[in-house]
Design a protein around this ligand. Sequence first.
Ligand code: NAI
Ligand code: MG
Length: 501
Amino acid sequence: MVTTEPKESAAKKPANELAIQFGSAWEYAPAPETPDHVKIEPRYELFIGGKWQAPHSKKYFDTISPSTEEKLSEVAEADATDIDNAVKAARVAYEKYWSKLRPIDRGKYVYRISRALQEKARELAIVESMDGGKPIKESRDFDVVQAAAHFFYYAGWADKLAYAFPGRNPRALGVAGQVIPWNFPLLMAAWKLAPALATGNTCVLKPAETTPLTALLLAKIIEECDLPPGVVNIVTGAGATGAALVGHPDVDKVAFTGSTDVGKRIQKAIAGSKKKITLELGGKAANIVFADAPLDQAIEGIIGGIFFNQGHVCCAGSRLLVEESAAPAVIRKLKDRMATLRLGDPLDKNTDVGAINSKMQLEKIRELCASGEKEGAERFSAPCAMPKRGYWFAPTIFTGVSQSHRIAREEIFGPVLAVQTFRTPEEAIEKANNTMYGLSAGIWTDKGSKSFWVAQRLKAGVVWANTYNKFDPSSPFGGFKESGFGREGGRQGLLAYLEVD
Ligand code: NAI
Ligand code: MG
């Protein structure tokens, strides 16, 4: 069952030569999305109690486009006083309106948000790509679509909670404090708001400081959808704002997605309180490729799983475990495919790899890659031309990686793949599980029975077989170990926002 690879002459050529060969064959004319019709305001206030309010501190901070380093807008920095106002507004909205609505009417509001997202899909995709650096084909075909789908899906549950948990008397918790990261700004807002609203909670949501714009556009959409004031409050700011929100005594539920470090800090901060908490943290997923796998399909999955969206994905397949006999073919095919990846303008529809989200993140990726070289792994970076301005990092793979290397253990959150080999399925499982994380994994094999056998032994919340990074609102998502706890999506995702008997 071992796939044998013809020894083409290309395999012996140095990678750079391959890049030139493939690069010229695959060139497309630029096809940028025009941002002309998109209106980004010069300044955004806080959305509290259905009104746009200036921050108590009177302070604002810039949000830039990481692909051009240009300032896009400035947003309010909420302090503890603003957070207190937002939580109070959410409490009043909960007591006065939201908990009194018939569930079917709550559902109608949530449907309305979904439809409005669909209507404004193009604008949202463009702003997402400008503010965060991700390619428009990602934001247009994945982020915005999934965000709308999420509201649509949870809207349907609003009046069916009794059927979701029969005989268990499901009840809303009250006010949810939600903090989200910069890798899927709109989609994470949807993952947080949709189930919370459908189950009857009110929300205070804080987007990440580098990517606040689509959450603010979502606030405008929610305003247009006529939700009762205070049901959704959007407050901007950095870590201190997030800490004030999750620590607020009148928050009943904390939902956080972000780094494991901050997740641990939040858990400590609220220990002893009655707050219900879900944490979706980092990952170090392994893609396991057996020699009997459809290799070309696997290559696409591996490439998409780590390089698209610049590896800014918590479930990114950042480790590749490949069966030793197939390793030379897989690595050669990977390098060939890497040479055809198009890096550049996120607004160009042909772009595969956009900009790194921030200078800080770029520095973190560089530092970890330098450690990989220093610790003895062999580095290959796709020979992409880099734009002069902005934050960019060429898709990179490391071979000769051992388990003790930092690049095999730490979350890089960039377009960097660490390749290791294995000889037996047991060894693959042991290596895949040898991490403090447990968010996701991929299995590539021709044998269905082998997929199931391996999947049962992987300590990962999501396991994909012969595909990668596939999402659906009806499918629960979440981690094991230091990847966090609680599930988002599906019927399980309702439970994070309900009390049941
Ligand atoms: P982070 O965890 O600091 O930021 C995530 C969110 O938490 C942001 O909205 C931030 O303002 C907020 N925050 C920061 N400190 C807080 C606190 N003490 N209390 C409450 N909220 C707080 O992540 P950061 O620094 O942007 O990225 C660092 C690393 O984290 C990345 O390099 C990556 O490895 C990982 N990461 C993982 C993500 C995931 O989805 N699993 C998402 C983003 C980052
Ligand atoms: Mg930005």
